[in-house]
Design a protein around this ligand. Structure first.
Ligand SMILES: [Zn+2]
Length: 134
């Protein structure tokens, strides 16, 4: 079965509706799924089931391997982020890995554009593609 996440023009469309925080009955399933995205295989969105979850991990405390994990579904636009995660090995190259905490906070909060849109665009461009999918 072909992945709709990879080829759908709808997902590539950047004028899409807003991102929604995972909430209500989907909050717990989404969070649990989000915790599994770094384990080395694609995880289907537990809310809509139409795409694999996308993710981005940024080490806030590189010495401890601790950081924040952003997880989102490109199909239903549900997102969440998990602070203080210590994932061990991350199957992804961090394009913002060289930034200081201040520099990172600057782009996360101030943009340009929403950080979530930027992450999704980076994924579309192949920058955040996890190594297990290549
Ligand atoms: Zn979804």
């Amino acid at each position: 079965m072909a992945s709709c996440a990879r080829n759908s023009g709808e997902i590539m469309n950047e004028t899409h509706p807003k991102w929604v925080e995972a909430g209500g009955e989907f909050q717990v399933p989404f969070m649990l799924a989000a915790r599994r995205v770094l384990q080395g295989k694609p995880i289907r969105c537990p809310k809509c089931g139409h795409a694999d979850l996308r993710f981005y991990f940024h080490a806030m405390k590189p010495a401890l391997g601790q950081g924040t994990l952003w997880v989102w579904c490109p199909a239903c636009r549900t997102k969440c982020h998990l602070p203080r995660v210590t994932p061990g090995e991350v199957p992804q190259v961090d394009p913002f890995g060289g930034l200081s905490l201040e520099e990172f906070a600057e782009i996360e909060v101030r943009g340009p554009g929403s950080f979530q849109d930027r992450l999704n665009r980076l994924w579309n461009e192949g920058v955040l593609t996890p190594s297990y999918k290549v």
